[in-house]
Ligand binder design. Structure first.
Ligand code: PLP
Length: 392
């Protein structure tokens, strides 16, 4: 009697439920913003990556609709065949200008940018060193590349140096991978030390600026600018879908790098070019980032305002953060879900992040430039109640 080859799905789901790891979608109605309607209830939104509040901005929407009117909805093919438009080039030039790199290349998502770039740069004879807390797209890009992958403990430069001195000489090329702002923690990578090590051991360094672009640095260019490392040789990947309020990803770096990726990155060559609407919205967003530093200033003012208020809640275990992402650790997935629900009942949308996404359960808050003081005050009031109940 043959067994049902799909029966394991139900068993697996039951295990996921038992561990309180089960996840499902939640419907947001209307436009994104500092407040949103979530399943019929208006909530203050601390769950979005729309740091500058641009995803619902009239200028991005106007740019997207104008692009649809002129170019239609689909780009109809891969960039190397029928999918390339002047808009793509305009966006790539704007990204390269912001990043102060020779060139840039736009992908259909940040995830694809990481997969394609890593697989193009290294293979079986090569070594990847990767921060333990890196984003899934870096981790899966590393696996897909076929290179030998070693993880180093989160931001641990000493261990990374030991791994390099023991292993570097056994491989052809070496690539170090790191988020710049760690997406589920909010802390920053030690970029200057990583650049020094890359230099010393002749390694390429790829940094993922997904949560830093538009947020960090004097002109919003990202963590590289924040650390004064603009102009150094390195590979910068990022997304158009967070502070830039659109969809898509990019790589910025030398002309040779971009030229090579156009010939060797499978997730760029064999996928459809970014849609005209997404491309035009991202281009409008880059211009706003360049022309309206006050948005970024307001975002950071909100970060400082919240951090100040949190000092009154010493019970809360706030993870180290130097970004608009602030996380409160909780003893278990069940506690995190309970806290998430309590926030939600009080009209605050802040998700519980649980294993396997992160090693320890937490509530993750992300701030926006468009949050008002009253929004943050309300958040702190509810966190106060939660912190008096949690037992570690
Ligand atoms: C969101 C994110 C990505 C993926 O970007 P998408 O454009 O959403 O595919 C990659 N890396 C990091 C660190 C991210 O946070």
């Amino acid at each position: 009697m043959p067994t049902d080859p799909y029966a394991w799905l139900e068993h697996s789901l039951a295990t996921i439920h038992r561990a309180d790891w089960y996840r499902s979608v939640q419907t947001i109605h209307g436009r994104p913003g500092a407040t949103v309607v979530l399943a019929g209830q208006e909530v203050i939104n601390f769950a979005s990556n729309d740091y500058l509040g641009l995803a619902g901005d009239q200028r991005l929407m106007a740019a997207a609709t104008a692009a649809i009117a002129e170019f239609g909805t689909g780009s109809t093919g891969s960039r190397l065949l029928s999918g390339h438009r002047e808009l793509h080039r305009d966006l790539e030039e704007a990204i390269a200008f912001t990043k102060q790199t020779e060139d840039a290349l736009v992908f259909s998502s940040g995830y694809l940018a990481n997969l394609g770039t890593i697989t193009a740069l290294v293979g079986k004879r090569d070594l990847i060193l990767s921060d333990q807390y890196n984003h899934s797209s870096l981790k899966n890009g590393a696996i897909l590349s076929g290179a030998v992958v070693l993880e180093y403990p989160h931001c641990d430069i000493a261990v990374l140096k030991t791994q390099l001195s023991q292993q570097r000489q056994n491989y052809r090329r070496c690539l170090i991978l790191t988020d710049t702002v760690f997406s589920m923690d909010g802390d920053l990578c030690p970029l200057p030390a990583l650049l020094d090590l890359a230099d010393e051991f002749s390694c390429m360094l790829l940094v993922d600026e997904a949560h830093a672009t538009g947020v960090l640095g004097k002109t919003g260019a990202g963590c590289v600018e924040h650390f004064g490392c603009t102009g150094k040789q390195l590979i910068q990947v990022g997304t158009l879908s967070k502070a830039l309020g659109s969809l898509g990803g990019y790589v910025a770096g030398s002309s040779a790098l971009i030229d090579f990726l156009q010939n060797r990155a499978p997730t760029w060559i064999y996928t459809t070019g970014l849609s005209p609407a997404d491309t035009a919205a991202a281009l409008a967003a880059i211009k706003i980032v360049q022309q309206e530093p006050q948005r970024r200033a307001q975002l950071w003012q909100n970060v400082h305002y919240l951090k100040n208020l949190l000092q009154q809640l010493p019970n809360l275990k706030l993870l180290p953060s130097e970004s608009p992402i602030l996380c409160f650790q909780l003893p278990s997935a069940t506690d995190a879900l309970k806290a998430g629900k309590q926030l939600r009942d009080a009209g605050i949308f802040a998700p519980a992040i649980r294993p396997p996404t992160v090693p320890t359960s937490r509530i993750r808050i992300s701030l926006m430039a468009t949050h008002e003081a009253a929004h943050i005050d309300k958040l702190v009031a509810v966190l106060k109640d939660i912190s008096s109940l949690v037992r570690f």
